[in-house]
Design a protein around this ligand. Structure first.
Ligand code: NAD
Length: 337
């Protein structure tokens, strides 16, 4: 059993912990937090050993009635791998800790690409992480774009990608984020940083991205235009995408008109936390005009990177190949849309 430590138990960390727990070849050795809060409380209730990310604050947990298993150093030392899911920039600060104990580490999309040996997306470059000591699971948006670009590139060749990312202002729990009543070009400079991030997965890709931020919390929305190397029928692309396990083609008959109903569907289907691990592509939006393919996709920022973290664990440790890992992860998380 692969012993997995999770350092940073927030939006991403708590979901990765639950996904790891479901896998037949992995165990959650423990989770580390900086302070006691509702997430620390539920971590303990779920039976995850709780470690203090900042040793001097161990008393805070005791005062909140939460038992601490030890300092984060103990957890890192005993783990086969650490998933760092701390806020952007903190992962970089933690790197020396993982190096000190020679424990391989996964970081998240908020960290710089040059922090790590490889950036990772299971569908696109699984092998790049094998044997690496420091790997970054790319951001929710880069994950969403990579999952679509990989099959298009393999089947038809991609000349150019143009994507407009309409991004949620903050996650549902991020009460300090915004905008509350505005539409922001964000970043206002064009192209946005998202394109170069996708190039960490596809180094030879020609991609331009534009970003916006809107008063929404549920999901991001991508408007995508991919110029292919030859003219392709939209029906052919739909068929190909239907074979991709992490692309959910929303059937027209479902009458899902946006992120709200998508999340409602996920809740109705019994998904934990209403998570949508797949890209949610409106099937009828997949269109072609000559060599140009167009589509709209919803990206659930809180959860699409979760199966990718599970796969990255196996990739780094050489525990499975891409196909085997993706199938195992999908089956045990319950990716079935
Ligand atoms: P979050 O704020 O929800 O969770 C981070 C957790 O780490 C919090 O519990 C925080 O208290 C804890 N923490 C802070 N400093 C720490 C330290 N020194 N040691 C241990 N824990 C510490 O953040 P998040 O949204 O889960 O983001 C984590 C990473 O994932 C970031 O790199 C982010 O860019 C990336 N990411 C976030 C999203 C998203 O939409 N939320 C999507 C994809 C990737």
């Amino acid at each position: 059993m692969i012993q997995v430590a999770i350092n940073g138990y927030g939006t991403i960390g708590k979901r990765v912990a639950d996904a790891v727990r479901e896998q037949p070849d992995m165990e959650v050795l423990g989770v580390a937090k900086t302070r006691p809060n509702f997430e620390a409380e539920t971590a303990v209730k779920k039976g995850y050993p709780l470690y203090a990310a900042i040793e001097e604050r161990a008393d805070w947990f005791a005062e909140a009635g939460l038992e601490i298993a030890g300092p984060v150093e103990d957890l890192v030392e005993r783990a086969d791998i650490v998933v760092d899911a701390t806020p952007s920039g903190i992962g970089a600060e933690n790197k020396s800790l993982y190096e000190e104990y020679d424990t391989p580490a996964l970081y998240q999309g908020g960290e710089d690409a040059d922090l790590v040996d490889a950036s990772f997306n299971a569908r696109s470059n699984f092998e790049a992480a094998t044997g690496a000591q420091h790997v970054r699971v790319v951001s929710c948006n880069t994950t969403g774009l990579s999952r679509v670009i990989a099959p298009l590139q393999e089947a038809y060749g991609v000349e150019k990608v143009r994507a407009t990312l309409v991004r949620r202002g903050g996650d549902p729990g991020q009460t300090s984020r915004g905008p509350i009543n505005d539409i922001l070009p964000d970043p206002v400079t064009i192209p946005s940083h998202h394109g170069p991030d996708v190039e960490t997965i596809f180094p030879d890709l020609d991609i331009d991205t534009l970003g916006m931020k809107v008063p929404a919390t549920l999901m991001h929305m991508h408007s995508l235009n991919v110029t292919l190397e030859s003219a392709v029928d939209a029906a052919d692309i739909r068929e190909r995408f239907a074979d991709e396990s992490r692309l959910f083609l929303i059937p027209e008959a479902m009458s899902i008109d946006g992120s709200g109903k998508l999340k409602e569907y996920a809740h109705d289907a019994g998904r934990p936390r209403g998570d949508l691990w797949e890209n949610c592509i409106w099937e009828e939006s997949i269109s072609t005009v000559g060599r140009d393919c167009y589509l709209f996709q919803g990206i659930h920022q809180e959860s699409d990177v979760v199966p990718e973290n599970v796969d990255a664990i196996r990739a780094v440790l050489g525990a499975a190949d891409a196909t085997e890992s993706i199938e195992t992860t999908n089956e045990h998380i319950g990716i079935d849309f």
